[in-house]
Design a protein around this ligand. Structure first.
Ligand code: CO
Length: 211
């Protein structure tokens, strides 16, 4: 048996189990999705949004990329954000990083990861530069990466707040609330490191007044 065939077999077993618990499960979900949360997480295979939060299909709208970045020219991320905020009307947007993140560790090195990854990781180097004094003072490499992971999540929440998508929803509907979390690979526990209530003021340079 090929390894991918195991996935298809497991899928059949899973679907049967779901039906056993709840005959209407797929019927209901096929007609509507009404998630309360948008999750922006790392692509890392060890951080599956639903599993670590004990949630079911239909509960979290998910976008994942390397090191959970919110980049203002990323059409993919922005489309997901727009749809989640303006159509699904999510109440919370969660940026969830994780300790031990390969993207974060790579960004601290001077290694050339070739054009595309260099381009992506540059965004994390920019976060480091903003917090250089604090990070340079940490001698242990893994502690330094962990702290950068926390600061990165916080910075990505700011990036969300800088978008007109979020600012318009804040003004008109007083949602969504923004959250910066970091998941621990070693203990499975999520550490909530930062929070921004809907309507929080940010640097006026980024605030639109004619939304
Ligand atoms: Co990662």
């Amino acid at each position: 048996m090929f390894t991918y065939e195991r996935l298809l077999l497991e899928n059949k077993a899973w679907a049967a189990e779901k039906l056993e618990d709840d005959k209407d499960f797929f019927n209901r979900l096929a007609h509507i999705q009404n998630p309360e949360f948008l999750w922006i997480g790392c692509s890392d295979s060890r951080v599956p949004a639903n599993e670590i939060t004990g949630t079911q299909p239909g509960e979290i709208f998910v976008h994942r990329n390397v090191a959970n970045l919110v980049i203002n020219t990323d059409v993919n991320l922005l489309s997901v954000l727009d749809f989640a905020v303006n159509h699904l009307k999510v109440k919370h947007v969660i940026v969830c990083g994780h300790y031990g993140c390969g993207g974060i560790k790579a960004s601290i090195t001077k290694n050339d990861f070739k054009p595309v990854l260099n381009m992506w990781l540059r965004n994390i180097k920019d976060v480091y530069r903003i917090h250089r004094d604090e990070l340079d003072a940490i001698e242990d490499d893994s502690q330094k990466a962990d702290r950068l992971t926390e600061l990165n999540v916080k910075e990505q929440v700011f990036n969300l707040a800088k978008t007109s998508i979020i600012q318009r929803a804040w003004k008109e509907e007083n949602r969504p609330h923004l959250h910066g979390w970091v998941y621990g690979l070693k203990d499975g526990i999520i550490n909530p490191v930062f929070e921004m209530e809907a309507g929080t003021h940010i640097d006026p340079l980024y605030e639109y007044d004619n939304l």
